[in-house]
Structure formats: C-alpha cells, structure tokens
Design a protein around this ligand. Structure first.
Ligand SMILES: NC(=O)c1ccc[n+]([C@@H]2O[C@H](COP(=O)([O-])OP(=O)(O)OC[C@H]3O[C@@H](n4cnc5c(N)ncnc54)[C@H](OP(=O)(O)O)[C@@H]3O)[C@@H](O)[C@H]2O)c1
Length: 245
C-alpha cells in the first residue's frame, strides 16, 4: 500500500506554534509547496499570520494545554478539510534555571506545553488522521544530553522522545508514522534572550560553527513528514552539536 502523502494531491497539515520561529517556517514551507496548512498559536493574530500565507492556510487561535481548544480544532479541521495528513507538534516554551530556582509553576507550565500538550493534540487529531498520515514532534538536544539549568525543559523534551517512540509502535497498525526532529541552537524568539557570551559558548561547540535557521529545520520536517518507511526515528538537525557534546 502506498501512503496517501506520496501522491501529488495537496496534503493537509496542522502545525502548532506557527505564529513565529520554527513553526512558522514549517507552515510557510508546506504552504509554499502547495499544501493546505492550519496554523495554531495562542494569539488571535494567528488568523492574520495564516492569511499572509495564502488562501490554503487557515489560522486558529488555540492553546495546546487546553482540551476544549483542541476539540474545537479537531471539529474545524474535520468540517473544512475532512481529515488531516500531517500533524507537527512544534509549540513549545522554555523555562530555565537551576533546580533550586525552578518554581512549581515553571515545571508545570513547561511539562503542560511541551509534553502533555503534544499528547493531547495527537489524541484530539487521531480521529481526523487516516492511513498514511504522519506525526512529527519537535524535540531538543537537551532532552538527550544534560545541560545545567534545563531541568524542566530537558525533562519535557525527553518525555516527548519517549512518547514519540511509544506512539510509533502503537499507531503503526493504523499506518500512521510518528517521528521526531531535533533542532540544535536556532535563531528564534526562544533563543533571543541568550546572552552573547552564552551564545558564543554554545556555537563554539557546534561543529558547523553557527546557529541554525528556522527554514533549515522546516526543510527536515518536510521530508520527515513525507518519508514513507521511517517511524520512531529521531532526526538531529543541529549542525553536529549532538556528536560533539
Ligand atoms: N530555537 C531553538 O534553538 C530550539 C532548539 C531546540 C528545540 N526547539 C523547539 O522548537 C519549537 C519551536 O521553538 P521556537 O524556537 O520557534 O520558539 P518560539 O519562537 O518561542 O515559538 C514558539 C511557538 O509556540 C507557540 N506556543 C507556545 N505555547 C503555546 C501554547 N500553549 N499553545 C499554542 N501555541 C503555543 C508560540 O505562539 P504564541 O505565543 O502565539 O502562542 C510560538 O508560535 C519548540 O518546541 C522548541 O522547544 C527550539
């Protein structure tokens, strides 16, 4: 059986956290290549951001931590498109600080957004996804390697890796693939607060000696989403950071 998304028909994408950064780059790439894309972000501005991509893009203001919002997205996708081919769990937040400075709120919000959120989004979208569909979760290097001051973020992304692998095995019988793309150090709002000194220190450990661009992560998400014999895989897109830590 040849999965649906290898054909020439436009695929239907849902990208969470698409108002800016990596998520926006993924949505723009898919839209620019002729696919239909639903962009998710918390601010109502997401409707305008989607409109700027063209007629085949829609924006829905929703919070991935809120079950009611997710049910609403599922209903809207079903009504508009009759299903979904690609789901990208990209929405995420970062809270840093050594463990003695991590508040319960930091921990809860990070886990809710980066781990529980993707689980709930997948669960809410499953009824829309048919055989041949693809789920791409966006991980992080610190989910694989210890980085001081990143306990909540690292734990949330490590959990997402586990979820990716369990669901790859669980959903294979439905012909759904589940993979993870792992960006390294990428120029977005999330990293804009990193000091120049810290930034230089990180870049010095990246074999390619530079930060990544959101478009470079989007490019990998595009081909991972379309790969027909890949599931449960983790694809590092990090300028070599993982192999140098
Ligand atoms: N930048 C890096 O170096 C890097 C490295 C490794 C992994 N990553 C991962 O890549 C993904 C994208 O990061 P980024 O760097 O592009 O970050 P970003 O510029 O801060 O963008 C984060 C996106 O997530 C959305 N978002 C946050 N919380 C949300 C929620 N509860 N519900 C819905 N949307 C939510 C934000 O939109 P609103 O604020 O409008 O809701 C925004 O669109 C994240 O999962 C991040 O952990 C980034």
């Amino acid at each position: 059986m040849v999965p649906a998304q290898t054909g020439t028909a436009a695929r239907r994408w849902l990208v969470t956290g698409a108002s800016r950064g990596i998520g926006h780059a993924i949505a723009a790439l898919a839209s620019g290549r002729g696919d239909k894309v639903c962009l998710i972000g918390r601010s109502p501005d997401i409707v305008r951001v989607a409109a700027d991509l063209g007629d085949d893009a829609i924006g829905i203001a929703a919070d991935v931590t809120k079950s009611d919002d997710l049910a609403r997205i599922g209903e809207e996708i079903g009504a508009r498109w009759g299903g979904l081919d690609v789901l990208v769990n990209n929405a995420g937040l970062h809270r840093g600080g050594t463990l003695d400075r991590v508040s319960d709120q930091d921990w809860d919000e990070t886990l809710a957004t980066n781990l529980t959120g993707p689980m709930r989004v997948i669960r809410a979208m499953l009824p829309q996804m048919s055989a041949g569909g693809s789920i791409v979760n966006v991980g992080a290097v610190v989910g694989f390697r210890g980085f001081p001051g990143d306990s909540c973020y690292g734990a949330s992304k490590a959990g997402l890796t586990g979820l990716t692998q369990v669901l790859a095995a669980e959903l294979a019988r439905r012909q759904l693939r589940v993979n993870m793309v792992v960006p390294g150090f990428v120029m977005t709002e999330m990293t804009s607060g990193v000091s120049e000194r810290a930034s230089k220190a990180i870049v010095s450990r990246i074999p390619l000696q530079r930060m990544g661009k959101p478009e470079e992560i989007a490019d990998v998400c595009w081909w991972v989403a379309g790969s027909t014999y890949m599931t449960g895989s983790v694809v590092f897109t990090d300028g070599g950071l993982m192999c140098n830590l």
